[in-house]
Design a protein around this ligand. Sequence first.
Ligand code: GUN
Ligand code: ZN
Length: 436
Amino acid sequence: ASQDELLILGQTLRLREDPFLVPPEDCAAHDSRGGVLVREGRIAAVGPADALRAAHPRARVEDMGDALIIPGFVDCHAHYPQTGIIASWGKRLIDWLNAYTFPEELRFADPDHARAQAELYLDLNLANGITAACVYCTVHPQSADALFAAALARGLRLCAGKVMMDRNAPPGLTDDPRRGHDESAALIARWHGRGRLGYAVTPRFAPTSTPAQLEAAGALWAAHPDCLMQTHLSEQPDEIAWVRELFPEDPDYFGVYEARGLAGPGAIMGHAIHLTARERAALAETGTGVAHCPTSNAFIGSGLCDVAGLARSGVPVGLATDVGGGSSFSMLATMRSAYEISQLRGAPLHPAQLLWMATAGSARVMRLDDRIGRLETGLEADLVALDLAATPVAAQRAARARDVWEALFATMILGDDRAVKAVWSGGRPMKRPPGA
Ligand code: GUN
Ligand code: ZN
């Protein structure tokens, strides 16, 4: 049996409690010479390297040296069809959707295009240590088929859904309440629970759905309560004003979703920047999750989300690239951006809070915190070895670090995919160190 055991050695860093609720220094366990034992795709033990070696002498050893072994990154909000239009200049939300996003999404009617982009997207994720994600496809069911098939072939944990839109979008990108419901239901039957896949009911956002479509989405989610539900909330002021015009009967933007059964645990609101006091309280009371999308919020000019305030009030918060409104596939760059936004708000996030959001926080938002997101026995072995000295400048800064947080923080700020030395998904190697 030990033939099937893998022992990954390096520094280990475990976050055992939520650093938004407990002082960050009290949450963590760091071992400068630790190890993670993997058996049958799961974490079988975490402990000191020497003790694990002695107890499991026949395990295959992968020694990552001084690299930091952490859980794989979890991106709780991304649009894989926007891979091709990432880094598009100058527009703000509604114009950006019309000018760049919708024309690109039209191309996903072609299953070959969808397949190629799905493969590219997952390859980029793995290069960056993202081992799980919650993803928007396009309105076309074949766009979801392509992504699910590619993720299944790689054994990845992934949630996704076909976008539902029945107004305020080009004709080639709309469905209708019945069709959106039925096509989504067929995708649930085809993919939900297969391998490590899950379905997310995906009404894009209130402006592109009629009340009837949001109701149909709510009914579908109620019929499949172990699916996720993802949408966008309060990203830019004009969008919020538009929602007020389109839904005059509802109290506010989040109220539009609440009234149609689109709130609660397993619901993921992208952005959630410009909220009223009522909306904040309602997010917390309902247990609705928030995907913090800092690079996107800076890039599209949306604003500074009070993610720490939401977390402290009990809202589950995760970190998200929001590719391609977001400007990077790197969760390190995304943590840097979250840090910069917290500085602009006057309250810098601690590296433990950044790491938590990028792993356990996103896992909780996706209701997968009993399976992924932490270095704990029994969880799936989705792991990253992070090289804290991947470039000369990072190496120099790490050498001056007084503790692991300083060294890790330097790589959050300076790092990119070169710092992601090795990646495992369910214990299987997905990226290997150069030369290995
Ligand atoms: N709101 C509705 N759709 C989108 C999208 O694709 N990206 C972003 N950033 N916001 C949205
Ligand atoms: Zn988005």
